[in-house]
Design a protein. Sequence first.
Length: 178
Amino acid sequence: MTFASGEGRAQNHLDQEDMVFIAGDMAVYPAHGVGVIESIETQTVAGMDHSFYVMKIIENDMKIMIPTRNSDNVGLRAIIGRDEVESVMVILRERDIEISAQTWNRRYRDYMEKIKTGSIFEVAVVLRDLFLLSVDKDLSYGERKMMDTAKNLLVKEISLARNMDEDKTADQIEKMFS
């Protein structure tokens, strides 16, 4: 099976709003991460035929069916291009930011909303902010788990965008925070 990266067929031939995927394309589904479009199937729902992307999430082999006509509304997108990786790294390296003094559960909700957008840039903000917060105070269990989730989402996508080993990408990100 051939996989198209963020610099491949899906990324270059259409604007993101008009994204059309084919079987074998890699894509990102918000909050779940990178997956492969395994097929495009038509199913009858309420007496009408609907087309769905069948996507398998790499991290956990979960299968998701996404209506093709609704894919941009739910945030399905191509993997970022190699040229966008540096923008993510700039966000991760930024240290001159102010983290608001919210309760941990309010922060958790705000960060979860950022992760759910599916934007790798928002996920980078979550990882950076939680790391910086962890320097000053102990994170709640939920925040630690969210930090791991954000890191895993970033590592997987950046590795694919750069065509680089995930361990090497994880090491580079960890070194930014040490």
